[in-house]
Design a protein around this ligand. Structure first.
Ligand SMILES: C[S+](C)CC[C@H](N)C(=O)O
Ligand SMILES: N[C@@H](CCS)C(=O)O
Ligand SMILES: [Zn+2]
Length: 327
């Protein structure tokens, strides 16, 4: 399967789940469906300040829908982002830790209530700390363009990610989930950081894609994967927040480019307009379509399947049901 050392937690979960674990779905999407207002540079991380109870509620909804892995609310939670809102360094770090705490509390509460229920088909979920790309922090749509400009260097990206990574790891998640990485430089920064910080928990690095073939920067995945494949600190590679109709061919491509486990969690197919800060309807998959494609993705080699933006607990319920029925 291509997992490295220290992966038994994720490996065991995948095995218990019948060969393919189910992730949660769009986190910010579900916060918004409960009335959270996230049209803000902090995006969903604003809820860490304003609506932490909603964060826990959304985690519980995804667990109930069948998610084996929860991704935390830290996608756009960054120390500079919080500082720019007038919070102190300590307050910013406390909010990062809170994102892990809320997910762990939801997982433990749900597991305590279900583990002894006869016939339940739930697994004890794992908590993956979300680490959004630098582009997410910029809040200008650049996680879908990969254009960080000439002034952004490898060292600068490592500095951007370093402290947050440390704080999140100290808070005790089961996994690290780097999300919507749009170019080779940032992938390299993430890998070098995992090595330099000697991170001991499993991690995955997921790229976005806007053309269905390459990273958003236009760099080929072959180029991007070179550095990832060489590191034992990267346990899985994948695609997130790309349209679902790209997944089948990207999975086949990824299988040729890596022996690491593959994670896929596409968005619904809607397209993010970074200027207007709105989703534009496009070629969307319904939950029924996810139900059909999830077993295909598993059969093509995906080890973790879930949803990203604009997918909901009903999408995850459909994926979970389809995978269970066909395993
Ligand atoms: C995954 S995108 C929709 C997140 C929001 C974006 N980084 C922004 O702040 O505009
Ligand atoms: N984990 C984040 C990813 C955004 S692309 C979310 O689901 O909101
Ligand atoms: Zn997304």
């Amino acid at each position: 399967m291509g997992f490295g050392k220290g992966m038994s937690l994720l490996e065991d979960l995948i095995e218990k789940a019948g060969g393919c674990a189910v992730m949660d779905g769009g986190f910010a999407t579900q916060l918004e469906s409960h009335g959270a207002s996230i049209n803000d540079p902090l995006w969903s991380a604003l809820c860490l300040i304003k609506d932490p109870h909603l964060i826990k509620r959304v985690h519980l909804e995804y667990l109930e829908a069948g998610a084996d892995i929860l991704v935390t609310s830290s996608y756009q939670a960054t120390i500079p982002g919080f500082l720019s809102r007038g919070l102190s360094f300590e307050e910013a770090e406390t909010l990062l830790k809170k994102s892990i705490k809320l997910a762990v509390e939801a997982r433990d509460k749900f597991w305590d209530g279900t583990r002894n229920v006869p016939g339940n088909r739930y697994n004890r979920a794992l908590v993956a700390a979300s680490i959004g790309s630098y582009g997410a922090y910029l809040a200008d749509g650049s996680e879908y363009s990969g254009c960080y400009g000439p002034d952004v260097s490898l060292d600068m990206l490592k500095d951007f990610h370093r402290r947050r990574l440390r704080v999140l790891v100290e808070a005790g998640p089961d996994l690290l989930a780097f999300e919507t990485i749009p170019n080779k430089l940032e992938a390299q920064a993430c890998v070098e950081l995992l090595e330099e910080e000697n991170i001991q928990i499993p991690s995955w690095i997921c790229f976005s894609s806007v053309d269905g073939e390459n990273a958003p920067s236009g760099e080929s995945f072959k180029e991007c994967f070179d550095v990832l494949n060489k590191s034992t600190k990267v346990n899985a590679i994948g695609i997130n927040c790309a349209p679902p109709h790209f997944i089948e061919s990207l999975l086949c491509k990824f299988k040729e480019l890596t022996t690491k486990a593959i994670v896929v969690y596409p968005n619904s197919g809607d397209i993010w307009d970074g200027r207007a800060k709105k989703w534009k309807p496009s070629k969307c998959f319904s939950d029924d379509t996810f139900e059909v494609v999830a077993p295909r993705w598993r059969d093509l080699g995906a080890k973790v399947i879930g949803g990203c933006c604009r997918t909901t607990p009903s999408t995850i319920r459909a994926i979970s049901k389809a995978l269970k029925e066909t395993s």
